[in-house]
Design a protein. Structure first.
Length: 374
């Protein structure tokens, strides 16, 4: 059973499982599961592979896809994760160097686009350059500050994910049967159907942090409409700004599509305690984006697919990123050929997967201001 967001009694983000309370050694890894709630609304679970701690998050789309805008869009989570990871790594490097940051603000933008006709099945995602503008106030000298920021950016797994070409791997199941994947790398990890893994819908644990995304009123700029029959290129940029709250250790990422000013604030916690880790947002944003593109094709082609689901494994070795493993599960009156074509179409048009499979140009600027004159 699915419950649309406007009927759900739960916050947009909540802790669904506390985990065992112990942090095991090994790389940071998140097991992601995504299930549709109707339309473009989706529910996702993000489980920390090391501890079992599991967050439930939801997403929606805005007016550009006839969504209700009741939760952040997939790419809003993705860019919030990128922004949060960068901000957290700078704060971490400052603590280790015993540098007191009086202020720390980071602005991240990422450009995307689509080329070709969605209706004809010829669309491909486009990824433009990324910008990262760091603005900080402290009493250290310019050389120390620049070295600190550069060291921090080198530690960011999200930055590493975008900087390199990491082609995702896929597996496909149609009506309970493994279906060959064509023209895509094949999964190295076995992934199970979320529908078979969970006997009931996720519920909040008794004690839950207040980490739900916060919406802000839309501005007066016209929305960007993404059409399904445009043979040209439609492009836009997503902007995220905000910083770290020294009192709580949380990063606030204010995200909007610059052209329509639909804004959400996502809170993240690099310890994955009071709020999801930035890499949770980054990972689940990728899965949400893939699911949206799949549902767009299902709708356009009028293929009778019942609630498509996917599972994804995201691995982040120290200061790095491994290619994603994604398993797609389709049920309904869908042939093996249709299922294979749907997966390929979603992979070709998923903006997040595209950003991870190419080397995205990164433009970084650092602004340093002193609180006192030396």
């Amino acid at each position: 059973m699915t419950t649309p967001l406007h009927q759900s009694p739960h916050p947009l983000t909540f802790l669904a499982r506390s985990g065992d309370g112990t942090s095991r050694e090994g790389e940071v890894a998140y097991h992601i599961e995504v299930m549709g709630l109707g339309g473009f609304q989706k529910e996702g679970l993000a489980r920390d592979v090391r501890t079992g701690r599991t967050w439930r998050l939801v997403c929606d789309e805005g007016a550009y896809l006839n969504g209700a805008n009741m939760a952040p869009a997939p790419l809003a989570y993705w860019v919030a994760g990128l922004h949060g990871d960068i901000t957290a790594r700078i704060a971490e490097a400052a603590r280790e160097a015993r540098v007191v940051l009086d202020e720390l603000d980071v602005v991240v933008t990422q450009g995307f686009g689509v080329k070709g006709s969605f209706a004809k099945g010829e669309a491909t995602a486009q990824v433009h350059h990324m910008t990262c503008d760091v603005d900080l106030v402290c009493d250290e000298d310019e050389t120390t500050v620049r070295m600190l920021v550069e060291q921090a950016l080198g530690r960011s797994s999200a930055m590493a994910a975008v900087a390199g070409a990491h082609h995702g791997r896929f597996s496909l199941s149609a009506n309970g049967r493994a279906t060959p994947v064509s023209n895509l790398p094949v999964c190295t990890e076995p992934l199970a159907d979320p529908f078979l893994e969970h006997a009931q819908r996720p519920e909040p644990v008794e004690t839950q942090p207040a980490a739900a995304p916060v919406p802000h009123p839309e501005g007066d700029k016209p929305p960007v409409m993404l059409t399904d029959d445009d043979d040209g290129i439609v492009s836009w940029r997503i902007r995220t700004d905000g910083g770290l709250d020294p009192a709580t250790g949380l990063v606030a990422s204010h995200v909007w599509f610059s052209e329509n000013s639909a804004t959400w604030t996502c809170l993240s916690d690099p310890a994955n305690e009071a709020a999801p880790d930035p890499l949770v947002h980054f990972s689940i944003g990728t899965a949400f984006c893939f699911h949206t593109q799949l549902c767009r094709y299902v709708s356009i082609r009028r293929i009778p697919v019942d609630a498509p689901r996917l599972a994804q494994l995201s691995r982040f070795p120290t200061s790095g990123f491994e290619p994603l493993d994604t398993g797609l599960f389709l049920h309904g009156q869908v042939s093996a050929e249709d299922a294979t074509n749907l997966m390929s179409a979603a992979a070709n048009t998923c903006y997040a997967h595209r950003a991870l499979s190419v080397e995205v140009e990164q433009r970084v600027s650092i602004t340093h201001r002193r609180t006192r004159t030396p």
